[in-house]
Write a protein of this length. Sequence first.
Length: 286
Amino acid sequence: MATEEGWWVLVRAIDPVPYQGPQQECLSSENWLLHYADDFTLKSTLKLDDQKIRQTCLSVRNGLEDGRLFLWKGELWGLFSGFHRESESFYNTMIIARIKAGEWVDPVVLPSPHHHAREKNWMPCIRDDELYVFYSTQPLKVYVFSGGELRPVAEKLGVNPKSRIAPIQGSILSGSSQVIPWETGWLAVTHHRRKAPVFKKLFMKHITHDPEYQLKKVLFDHYFLLFDKDFNLIRCSEAFQFEMEGVEFCAGIATKGQRVVLSYGIRDKISRLLETRVDMLNPLIM
């Protein structure tokens, strides 16, 4: 996220001490807030304390995953998939929380509007000082957080629920980045998760015994999406990868003047920042 002084970057890491609660041992996440100068000189790092929120909110007992930063009413927030485990079952519930004095505070649980046990990859958007979340982009589903609950915005903003890019292998397109202002509309990065060809999977699993088989058997394609001011989807880029085929995941996009910065991860091991320019990006989505 861009600031006047530079950039805020949220980094998710795996807690070196596995969860040791009433259920079986399992991995849990920790979140770090990195502050960079305008030229990306690292100015500070801060591990965000989540112990209180874990103790008071069942939905995040095992950690806050895949956070997206956003500025709302002058304060820094994160939209997360909260993780908790019960016996052999896993649950992910979306939650927003504010950053104050180095810890997460004021958590608000956002129950699944479709009653799913696992929710991930919602995209935050601040419009007229209201919080919207893009639940999916194919099909297009947008909600506004109002009165402590999520409400569909099709009638309020004139969103066409059938507005969509040409179907991609019949799959749902999940979210990735935040949805940010772009000229007179909105811009976001979304991703499509698909399986590697069967022959390739069999070759990796049974012939080469590739130790990274689990990370290579799924492929992620990304797309830039352009929406008009009323959230109607009007443009879509060609599919792209940042560096390689396999598990890549973009969770952030920010602009400052002509600068565009994206954050993404590779194979759940490496985090990257990529900078480009508006005049280089526009031809991809126009």
